[in-house]
Design a protein. Structure first.
Length: 118
């Protein structure tokens, strides 16, 4: 089991940057994959970026070249650096952890609001 706590959301102007952090309650080196998802207003939750224990990274097409996911195993923290933000990036951003041990277990943080507006 793992608890995830996101931080770093808020209001930013279009074209601006923002960094999100996700602190895990256990060593993230024992977690198969971690990622960021987002849920825009009135829409379903969608994948933003994931990073697995081997360092493989995947991004949604809509954020490629603008967002960067990274992990710091020593701090048990995953980051999402968001640049060139657009109004359509406005959403609640959720941290996700995937643990595979006999079965697959998925954990979510409570989410942090990111609003891109002038």
């Amino acid at each position: 089991q793992v608890q995830l706590v996101e931080s770093g959301g808020g209001l930013v102007q279009p074209g601006g940057s923002m960094s999100l952090s996700c602190a895990a309650s256990r060593s993230i080196s024992t977690i198969n994959a971690m990622g960021w998802y987002r849920q825009p207003p009135g829409k379903q939750r969608e994948l933003v970026a994931t990073i697995d224990s081997g360092g493989r990274i995947d991004y949604a097409d809509s954020v490629k070249g603008r967002f960067t996911i990274s992990r710091d195993n020593a701090k048990n923290t995953v980051y999402l650096q968001m640049n060139s933000l657009k109004p359509e990036d406005t959403a609640v951003y959720y941290c996700n952890a995937l643990i595979r041990y006999l079965a697959t277990y998925t954990y979510w943080g409570h989410g942090t609001q990111v609003t891109v507006s002038s």
